[in-house]
Design a binder for this molecule. Structure first.
Ligand code: PEP
Ligand code: MG
Length: 884
């Protein structure tokens, strides 16, 4: 036997061994440890799976022997033998990764049923039909999962037999029919395998374990991991567990339950069960189950024990649990417990309630909330005053509103959704194979399946609206129609789902902006008590600034002024300014723009009164304000060909000449940022004038001060900042003198070029603050054009794991992060109290926020709707830093 261990018996594990035994393995071991009834089992470790993958599918030395020994011990403990003709042992072989991936990997049930054991199973259960049904289910599942026999082969045979017997339901087939089906199924397996399929149960067990290992790498598991940022090298554990049967008659059942409502977080009974069924029937949504409350009548003793166990497990784990159970001839067994996946609203409610119940601290509550998940709450909801009648109703499986065109299969959803089109995936029921479509759809509608069906669980985990089990709808996937009563909806027509009520509407319904609820308000204030980073917003108009403030922004970290220049009523004046040949002509054009800029700033200052506002002077490349070179050339050509108006042609030619003169091959590295201001100092002067006048006007009107911070973009050389600062300071002094007023104005710079980070000590001499522009710093630091990258190789890099994450989404800590770190350190070496922040998109990404905390920035700035996310992320960053 090798030194390493690949197998742990049930009694050897506990909750701390999750990395080795997977969530399921550690969970059942822990339940057994604290006395919850769990079927006996052993677990093959994740290490065994990882080593097998690393060896190209070959098992490490000793694994086979260990499995055999583990099996022998299990046989001794249960007094049974795998596939034995007396007291046969049947096992399930189930996947169980460290992070739960519901339904994405494979499972084999009923392993151990064979020609030798089937009679004994019949005798022991007193139910011959049950024994043969187990057997045919096993061959089918084993054939499909382990040997890759196509599912239709078995299904066709089953349908054919039912047709021959003239029955409709599987349950109408008797023992003799099922026995015949077993023989047919074996033939099908042999045919597809080109020989005898193995009937040795130990050999079957080995092959089943291997199939589960393999399923770690199946496409849907990979898609799921990518969507949930789960590393792909963790591998799965495999749980080999004695079978208990929920399909042994009317005193048997199977089900799933949550200790709280995973949609809303309410402390109430939540779950479903099915009498006389096997577990997979519920999870896969094949039969529509009954609400858990009804189990009290049907199986009262098991019900009481289940409720008691649910309470015990929740207090044990101090978190909401998601559990699977089976009742076999009246006796309850728990098959799994794990922290339940929940919507953002539920996460906040559960965390808040558990603090009130004295179960967890506020800090623990914060650590349990995934800041990214809160995005769900910040999306639009259905306008309650819309007045439309729903065409159908299903179960409110995952809250939120989805509007989109109907599609009937996951591939189409993936294709169209991937192109950015809004689609709603409509399926009879979803299976794990639909995951790639679910990810990009606006929402999911199923005709079948319950609140814990696969679609519901996966959608909730992703915060995707889902209406499940809308039994009034009829789906014709081939004909690509959805029928409700007389209404026929074709693929491509728009529907709306309300995942909070289960309503389905046959048209587009108006959505309204989201509202922050009480739980959110409460928990986010806990985050504010803990965090050290300030949180500001990037906003450049009154509406966005007001929204940001409502969502808790403590100021504006980036007010881009270019959008103000682009407005249709301003562009002609801006063009005249740029194309002006003389100072006078330029000054004249700027005079026209000044009052408009001032009005914009007044709006922002009014929204943010009492808080700091960083206004960045003009940044974008010149050509963004000019006519397009190709279009202008075509215009000249057209006028030449049609022999049109001579003065029009003359003007067009003159403009073309100017456009050509100003044309740059790499405009993002060209005349932009402060370089533009160096060429045309009138521009920063005009902008500064507009800022100061606006601030004074708001001060006078509102009586509250404004923290005016003027920021110079794209500085690479300290000289640039020195010159620009002079222009700004001179203008500020002139304006204040003329108004006879005082105002606190600071001048700082963006650090968004590698050189600026490296010479940040020189630059800091002229800066009151630094704001890291990590968008440009990523572009120039890694050398990837931010405008083109996502359409090209970058996507492929992320898919093929050359890069773990898109560096424009989450900061490249090792490279670009190092530039930030150097910039902060060098800047503070000259000015120890230099204020530093970040205003690139990374300011709203939780992982990046954690990094910014670690390098000691003062604040992050992000788009208004990410402000609450950043507040939570900043608090978590502090708590994690303390833990480390
Ligand atoms: C940046 O470069 O990070 C930044 C915030 O500026 P912009 O995105 O406007 O270039
Ligand atoms: Mg920039």
């Amino acid at each position: 036997m090798s030194e390493k261990r690949y197998i742990y018996d049930l009694s050897e594990g506990d909750a701390t061994m999750r990395n080795l035994l997977g969530g399921k393995g550690a969970g059942v071991a822990e339940m057994a440890r604290v006395g919850v009834p769990v079927p006996d089992a052993f677990t093959v470790t994740t290490t065994a799976c990882v080593e097998t993958m690393n060896r190209g599918g070959e098992w490490p030395d000793g694994l086979a022997d260990e499995i055999n020994a583990g099996l022998t011990r299990l046989e001794e403990r249960t007094g049974r033998k795998l596939g034995g003709s007396e007291n046969p042992l049947l096992v399930s072989v189930r996947s169980g990764a460290v992070f739960s991936m519901p339904g994405m990997m494979d499972t084999i049930l009923n392993l151990g049923v064979s020609d030798e054991s089937v009679a004994a199973i019949a005798e022991e259960s007193g139910n011959e039909r049950f024994a043969w049904d187990c057997y045919r289910r096993f061959i089918q599942m084993y054939g499909e999962v382990v040997e890759g026999v196509p599912a239709y082969a078995y299904e066709d045979a089953l349908t054919e037999l039912k047709r021959k017997r003239g029955v409709e339901l599987d349950t109408d087939l008797g023992p003799a029919d099922l026995k015949e089906l077993v023989a047919t199924f074996k033939e099908i397996s042999n045919e597809h395998l080109g020989g005898e399929w193995t009937s040795d149960p130990v050999e079957q067990l080995h092959r089943a374990v291997n199939a589960v290992f393999r399923s770690w790498q199946n496409p849907r598991a990979e898609v799921y991991r990518r969507a949930n940022n789960i590393p792909s090298d963790l591998g799965t554990a495999v749980n080999v567990m004695q079978m208990v049967f929920g399909n042994r008659g009317d005193d048997s059942a199977t089900g799933v339950c949550f200790t709280r409502n995973p949609s809303t977080g309410a402390k109430e009974l939540y779950g479903e069960f099915l009498v006389n069924a096997q577990g997979e029937d519920v999870v896969a949504g094949i039969r529509t189950p009954r609400p858990l409350a009804e189990m009290r009548e049907v199986l009262p003793e098991a019900y009481d024990e289940l409720i008691d166990t649910m309470h015990r497990m929740e207090s044990h784990y101090r978190d909401m649990q998601d559990m699977e159970f089976t009742v076999e001839n009246g006796k309850l067994f728990l098959l799994q417990t794990r922290n339940g996946k929940r919507t953002a609203a539920a996460a906040l409610k559960v965390a808040s309630d558990l603090v009130d119940e004295g179960v967890i601290t506020k800090e623990e509550a914060l650590l349990r909330i995934e800041p990214d998940q809160l995005d769900q709450l910040l999306h639009p909801a259905i306008d309650p005053s819309h007045g439309e009648k729903p065409i159908a109703k299903g179960l409110p499986a995952s809250p939120g509103a989805a509007v989109g065109e109907v599609v009937f299969d996951a591939d189409t959803a993936a294709e169209r959704g991937g192109r950015g089109e809004a689609v709603v995936l409509v399926r009879y029921e979803t299976t794990p194979d639909d995951i790639h479509g679910v990810i990009v759809a606006q929402g999911v509608l199923t005709a079948h399946g319950g609140m814990t069906s696969h679609a519901a669980v996966v959608a909730r985990g992703m915060g995707k609206p889902c209406v499940a089990g809308a039994s009034g709808i009829h789906i014709d996937a081939k004909g690509r129609t959805l029928t409700v009563g007389d209404r026929v909806i074709k693929e491509g027509e728009v529907i709306t789902l309300d995942g909070s009520t289960g309503d389905v509407f046959g048209q587009e319904i108006k959505l309204i902006p989201p509202r922050i609820n009480e739980d959110f308000q409460r928990v986010v204030t806990w985050a504010d008590e803990v965090r050290e980073l300030g949180v500001r917003a990037n906003a450049d108009n009154f509406e966005d600034a007001s929204k940001a403030r409502e969502l808790g922004a403590e100021g504006i970290g980036l007010c881009r002024t270019e959008h103000m220049f682009m407005a249709a009523d301003r562009l002609p004046a801006v063009r005249r300014m740029i194309l002006a040949e003389t100072h006078e002509a330029r000054a004249d054009a700027l005079e026209k723009i000044l009052p408009m800029q001032q009005a914009d700033f007044e709006g922002i200052f009014t929204a943010m009164k009492g808080l700091p506002v960083t206004v960045r002077l003009l940044d974008p490349p010149l050509h963004e304000f000019l006519p397009n070179l190709v279009e202008q050339s075509l215009l000249v050509q057209r006028l030449e060909l049609t022999g049109g108006d001579a003065s029009e042609l003359g003007a067009a030619r003159a403009t073309l000449a100017q456009v050509k003169r100003l044309h740059e091959l790499n405009p993002m590295l060209g005349t932009r940022g402060c370089r533009l201001a160096m060429l045309y100092p009138e521009i920063p002067a005009m902008q500064t004038r507009a800022i100061i006048r606006a601030a004074l006007a708001v001060l006078e009107r509102e009586g509250e001060t404004i923290g005016v911070e003027i920021m110079i973009p794209l500085v690479a050389l300290s000289k640039e900042l020195e010159i620009q600062r002079e222009i700004v300071e001179k203008t500020v002094a002139e304006e204040l003198k003329a108004a006879g007023k005082e105002l606190d104005v600071t001048v700082g710079t963006m650090i968004e070029l590698p050189r600026a980070a490296l010479v940040a000590d020189q630059i800091a001499e002229y800066a009151d603050f630094f704001s890291f522009g990590t968008n440009d710093l990523t572009q120039t630091g890694i050398g990837i054009s931010r405008d083109d990258a996502e359409n090209g190789f970058l996507t492929q890099y992320v898919t093929s794991k050359v890069l773990e994450r898109n560096p424009f989404e989450s900061i490249d800590v090792a490279g670009v992060g190092q530039l930030v770190d150097i910039g902060v350190a060098k800047g503070r070496s000259i000015k120890p109290n230099l204020k530093t922040g970040v205003c690139g998109e990374h300011g709203g990404d939780p992982d990046s926020v954690e990094f910014f905390q670690s390098v000691g920035l003062d604040y992050v700035s992000c788009s208004p709707y990410r402000v609450p996310i950043a507040r939570f992320a900043a608090a978590k960053a502090v708590l994690k830093q303390r833990e480390d």
